[in-house]
Design a protein around this ligand. Structure first.
Ligand SMILES: NC(=O)C1=CN([C@@H]2O[C@H](COP(=O)(O)OP(=O)(O)OC[C@H]3O[C@@H](n4cnc5c(N)ncnc54)[C@H](O)[C@@H]3O)[C@@H](O)[C@H]2O)[C@@H](O)CC1
Ligand SMILES: Nc1ncnc2c1ncn2[C@@H]1O[C@H](COP(=O)(O)OP(=O)(O)O)[C@@H](O)[C@H]1O
Length: 505
C-alpha cells in the first residue's frame, strides 16, 4: 500500500530536502523518470515529435530537463515557454541537447503536430484561474507531478485543466491526485519517490492498487486450502430482494457465485426465490428457522470452517419502505461479519455493535446514514471532505464504511483510511453496486481470507483491507468489461470469473 500525504506535509519535507541536496539534482531525477515514461508511451519508437508546455517554476524546470533527455535520445523535442520566466539552467541544457525553443504564440501549432505533449506548466505551485493552453483531442498528455489546472491539495480543478493519459508524480502521493477531480485528470498514476524521507509524517490514507490487493488477499492463504469442502470455503447468507426489486438480489447472487463463493444461501420473498431458482440455481433457499439455527450455531463456532453461514450480505433490492424484519434484526445482533448495502443502509442501527460490519453507501446514502445518526451534512460537504464524513459514519455505526464513487474511501472507526482509485467510469451503471456486494460478501465469507478461525472475530483492520480488495476487484472488472464493449451489471458479472482468477481464486 502506498501512503498518501497532504500537500502541506509534502512541502515540509521538500523544503528540508531541497536545502540539503539542492533542487537541481532532484529536478534531474524527476525529469529522468518522466523521459522514461515518455519513451514507454511512445513504445520506444525513435524520432517522435515531443512538445513540452513549460511554466514559470520548478515544474517547468523539470519539463525542460525531461525534454533535454529526449532530445539527446534523438527525438524532436520542443519547449513552448508559456511564461517570460523559465528555469535558466534547464533551458540551457535543452539548447545544448539540440532541442527547439518557442513561445506561447506557437503553442497551438506545436501541440497539433505532437506525438506526445508533456505538461510541465504547473505542479504543486498552481493557483486557480491561470490561462491554460488547449491540447488537440487525440494527442496524449504526460503530466509532470500534477496535471496543470488541478489543485494538488484539494482535488478541485479548473474547467480548462489538462487531462493526462499518465501522471508521474514526485516525492509522494498527494491527496488532491486521489480525491475530487484528481482521478479524472491523472490517467495512469505512478509515483517516483526521489528518495524523499517522509518517515516523520503520518500519512492521511493508503492507496490500495491491484498489486497491493493481491498481497493482502494472499496474506492468510495456505496450501491446505486446497483440501477444503464447500462449507469450509465460505457460506454467504444473502438477505435481499423484494417483490418491487427482484433483480438486485439476482445480481448480488450471481456476482457471489461468479466470485467463487463456496455456497450461497438466499433468504428472500417466495416470488424472488422463484426467480432465483432460474437465474442462480446454485443458490440454496434459507428459511427463517434456518437463519435462527445458523446464528445459534455461530455463537458456538463463530467464523470457523464448516459454519452454516460464515458471512452475510444484506440489502440489495430490499423493500425500502419496510422495517427490519425479525430475521434481519437477529442477524444485525449476531457476531457474524456482514456487508450492508442499498436498502439495508436504511435499517442498520447506529450505535455500538458486536457485528463486524461493512457499510457500502454512495454519497447520497452516506448523507442518509449520517442523518439517521443525528448529523446533518450537505452533498457539497461530502464532496469537499469525503474522508472526514466517511469517518463520522464509521464512528456512528461502529463499522467499516466504504464511500463509493470514482474514488473509493474505506474508513474504520479509528480513522485508518484506504483509498481505491482503480476504477472505471463505466461502473456508473445500475446494479453495479449489487455486484460489489456479492464480491465483498464472498471475501468476508472465506476464513482463509479473513484469517479468523474458531471463536475469534474478524478485526476492523482486516475488514478494511478486504473491503479495499473487493473495490479493486470491482474496479478491475469494470476496466476489463469496458475494454471492448459497453457495460451493464450483467456484463460485469460475466467478466468477474476471469478477474477473480487473476487474484488467485
Ligand atoms: N518534492 C518534489 O516533489 C519535487 C518537486 N519538484 C517540482 O517542483 C514543482 C513545484 O514548483 P514551484 O513551487 O516552482 O511551483 P510550480 O512550478 O507548480 O508553479 C510555478 C509558479 O507558477 C505561478 N502560478 C501558479 N498559479 C498561477 C496562476 N493561476 N496564474 C499565474 N501564475 C501562477 C506561481 O508563481 C508558482 O510559484 C512540483 O510540482 C514539481 O514538479 C521537482 O523539481 C523536484 C522534486
Ligand atoms: N464515475 C464513476 N467512476 C468509477 N466508479 C464509479 C463511478 N460511479 C459509480 N462508480 C462505482 O459504481 C458502483 C455503483 O454503486 P451503486 O451506486 O450502489 O449502484 P447500484 O445501486 O445501481 O447498484 C460503485 O461501486 C461506485 O464506486
Amino acid at each position: 500500500m502506498i501512503p498518501v500525504f497532504s500537500v502541506a506535509q509534502v512541502r515540509t519535507v521538500e523544503k528540508a530536502e531541497i536545502s540539503r541536496r539542492g533542487s537541481e539534482e532532484l529536478m534531474k531525477q524527476a525529469a529522468a523518470a518522466v523521459s522514461d515514461a515518455a519513451v514507454q508511451l511512445l513504445h520506444g519508437e525513435p524520432g517522435k515529435n515531443i512538445v513540452g508546455l513549460i511554466g514559470p517554476g520548478n515544474n517547468g524546470g523539470d519539463g525542460l530537463y525531461a525534454l533535454a533527455n529526449l532530445a539527446r535520445q534523438g527525438h524532436n523535442a520542443t519547449a513552448v515557454l508559456l511564461s517570460e520566466k523559465s528555469h535558466a539552467p534547464a533551458l540551457e541544457e535543452l539548447r545544448t541537447a539540440g532541442g527547439t525553443i518557442t513561445t506561447a504564440a506557437d503553442a497551438p501549432q506545436a501541440a497539433s503536430g505532437a506525438d506526445l505533449v508533456i505538461d510541465a506548466i504547473y505542479g504543486l505551485g498552481y493557483r486557480p484561474g491561470a490561462k491554460l493552453p488547449t491540447v488537440p483531442r487525440g494527442v496524449p498528455v504526460l503530466a509532470m507531478d500534477v496535471p496543470s489546472g488541478l489543485d494538488a491539495a484539494t482535488g478541485a480543478a479548473d474547467d480548462a485543466a489538462l487531462p493526462a493519459v499518465r501522471t508521474v508524480t514526485f516525492g509522494a502521493l498527494k491527496e488532491g491526485l486521489l480525491t475530487g477531480d484528481g482521478p479524472l485528470l491523472t490517467g495512469e498514476l505512478s509515483l517516483v519517490t526521489l528518495d524523499f524521507d517522509f518517515s516523520a509524517q503520518s500519512p492521511m490514507a493508503w492507496l490500495v492498487d491491484p498489486e497491493a490487493a493481491g498481497q493482502l488477499l494472499d496474506e492468510h492463504r495456505s496450501w491446505r486450502d486446497a483440501a477444503r469442502h464447500k462449507y469450509q470455503r465460505g457460506v454467504l447468507g444473502l438477505i435481499a430482494g423484494s417483490d418491487r426489486y427482484p433483480g438486485a438480489a439476482q445480481l448480488t447472487a450471481r456476482a457471489a457465485l461468479n466470485a467463487g463463493v463456496g455456497l450461497l444461501r438466499s433468504h428472500m420473498p417466495d416470488k424472488v426465490q422463484a426467480y432465483m431458482a432460474a437465474s442462480a440455481p446454485e443458490a440454496v433457499p434459507l428459511g427463517d428457522q434456518e437463519v435462527a439455527e445458523a446464528l445459534s450455531q455461530s455463537r458456538r463456532h463463530l467464523h470457523g470452517r464448516g459454519a452454516k453461514i460464515s458471512a452475510w450480505a444484506i440489502g440489495p433490492g430490499l423493500d425500502p419502505s419496510g422495517q427490519p424484519s425479525e430475521v434481519i434484526g437477529k442477524v444485525f445482533s449476531s457476531r457474524q461479519p456482514a456487508v450492508i448495502d442499498a436498502s439495508g443502509l436504511e435499517i442498520v442501527p447506529a450505535g455500538p455493535s458486536e457485528q463486524p460490519r461493512v457499510l457500502t453507501p454512495h454519497a447520497k446514502e452516506l448523507r442518509m446514514l449520517l442523518r439517521r445518526a443525528g448529523i446533518t451534512v450537505t452533498a457539497q460537504d461530502i464532496a469537499e471532505e469525503p474522508q472526514k464524513w466517511t469517518r463520522w459514519a464509521a464512528l456512528s455505526y461502529n463499522a467499516v464504511v466504504l464511500l463509493k464513487g470514482p474514488t473509493n474511501y474505506i474508513v474504520e472507526p479509528g480513522g485508518k483510511t484506504l483509498v481505491v482509485c482503480h476504477t472505471s467510469p463505466k461502473l456508473a451503471t445500475a446494479g453495479s453496486g449489487d455486484v460489489l456486494t456479492g464480491i465483498l460478501g464472498t471475501l468476508l465469507s472465506d476464513s482463509s481470507l479473513t484469517g479468523v478461525q474458531g471463536t475469534a472475530l474478524v478485526s476492523n483492520q482486516r475488514l478494511l483491507e478486504l473491503t479495499a480488495c473487493a473495490a479493486v476487484i470491482h474496479g478491475e472488472v469494470g476496466r476489463v468489461a469496458a475494454e471492448d464493449s459497453t457495460v451493464c451489471a450483467t456484463r460485469l458479472i460475466e467478466v468477474l470469473p476471469r478477474v477473480m482468477a487473476r487474484f488467485g481464486f
